[in-house]
Design a protein. Structure first.
Length: 294
């Protein structure tokens, strides 16, 4: 089954709901980066919100980068996404293992760390990218993004993210963003808050094979949802190429390349997002050195 994103309106257009089933892209990230259960949950949550936020972008060339830097053992996570919700991801320490919480759940907050920053970088065709940042509040990621939307974008928002991991990999992963639109009444807000308070984790709803439309109805309590546009089917997709790696080597300059040629006689570059290996022989490096301007 393909991963999906749906966008809809509830309460006659007064509440915006975006839902995602990200099970496949999180499982692919787990395999690519050889993630432990807790890092699968952590990076999977960031991938899920990254894909959702990417799908909100307007133009084909628009892109968004989410980055978390913190004092937890993971240290750094990065997710890039585009208008199609396609993502690629990086994690500095993928194999860490820490004890479960007392309730038996994965301790994502401790793995990520609470002392750190969340960066949101939007490249939307302006002269300079827009950069938003906010301190982490829990390291659980959903709460951190709820805080970001409230403080940086000043939009009342509820964010839920979930990744269910078993011994075979990712059993289910998904999330939703719920935002109040202009015109939402106190009655609407109260009803929505009550629904959100009682809803099961989204990873459990997906495990029960509930559709995203059903989940949106459960979230809102509205059975007359307005579905916006067509489904989006996000993928884990890296845009690295040999040409990009060659440009990176050229950017080192003649002196650095000469040093690599004399020391190793070859080079291997591994893409940090997809682990694709690019090998360069001595002859390749000599040719690239000749293309250097300095």
């Amino acid at each position: 089954m393909q991963d999906r994103i749906i966008k809809c309106l509830a309460y006659g257009g007064k509440v915006s709901i975006k839902c995602i089933n990200s099970t496949n892209i999180v499982e692919q990230a787990r395999k690519i980066h050889d993630l432990s259960p807790v890092t699968t949950a952590a990076l999977g949550r960031l991938i899920t919100i990254g894909s959702l936020m990417g799908s909100i972008l307007k133009e084909n060339d628009d892109a968004i980068t989410l980055q978390i830097k913190s004092n937890g053992p993971i240290e750094t996570m990065i997710v890039n996404s585009d208008k199609n919700g396609d993502v690629k991801a990086y994690i500095k320490n993928p194999n860490i293992d820490i004890p479960l919480k007392q309730n038996g759940k994965l301790d994502v907050g401790t793995a990520v760390g609470k002392d750190g920053m969340l960066y949101i970088i939007k490249d939307i065709g302006l002269k300079e990218p827009y950069i938003g940042l906010t301190p982490l509040v829990s390291g659980e990621i959903a709460e951190d993004f709820t805080e970001y939307f409230a403080k940086s974008e000043q939009i009342p928002t509820a964010v839920a993210l979930g990744v269910l991991v078993n011994k075979d990999g990712v059993k289910s992963a998904g999330g939703y963003i719920v935002q109040l639109m202009p015109g939402a009444t106190e009655q609407d807000i109260t009803k929505l808050e009550e629904n959100l308070k009682n809803i099961a984790p989204i990873s459990k709803l997906l495990e029960e094979e509930k559709s995203l439309e059903e989940i949106a109805e459960i979230i809102s309590g509205d059975d007359k949802l307005i579905i916006l546009g067509d489904d989006i089917n996000p993928k884990y997709k890296c845009d690295c190429t040999r040409k990009r790696m060659e440009d990176g080597l050229i950017s080192l300059g003649k002196t650095e390349l000469e040093d690599i040629i004399n020391t190793d006689g070859k080079a291997e570059i591994v893409c940090r997002f997809c682990k694709e290996k690019y090998e360069f022989s001595k002859e390749n490096l000599e040719q690239l050195k000749n293309e250097c301007k300095k």
